[in-house]
Design a protein. Structure first.
Length: 119
């Protein structure tokens, strides 16, 4: 009986079986990680935007459009330039945003009678 137990404990295939178990656990952990990451979602063809640290100097934005992933980092500087006001955005009580475009000159002229003084 003692000889049977000694050959069983020295069997090199048992070490290989243990390595296979470890690799299966690692592969399962990687699959779960990939399934939970929206940027690596291979099952859908959606466009995804991920913002990390919003409002902080370390803010970063990742944009996935199709197969292309772009990374934007905040520089911490205030932007400036020339342009014109295009409208007003309001934050509603439920947290959603509503954009109201500015009225154009053509629209305001038709509302007030074409801008002409009449008798």
């Amino acid at each position: 009986m003692k000889l049977l137990h000694e050959t069983e404990s020295d069997d090199p295939i048992l070490s290989v079986v243990n390595l296979i178990d470890i690799f299966l656990v690692i592969i399962a952990a990687l699959l779960i990680t990939v399934a939970q990451n929206p940027l690596l979602d291979a099952f859908t063809r959606r466009d995804v935007t991920v913002i990390t640290d919003p409002g902080k100097p370390t803010m970063e934005m990742l944009v996935k459009k199709g197969e292309k992933i772009e990374r934007y980092k905040a520089s911490g500087e205030i932007g400036q330039g020339e342009g014109q006001k295009a409208g007003v955005a309001y934050r509603m009580k439920d947290g959603s945003m509503v954009y109201v475009p500015e009225a154009t000159d053509v629209l305001t002229e038709s509302v007030d009678g074409g801008g002409k003084a009449g008798p």
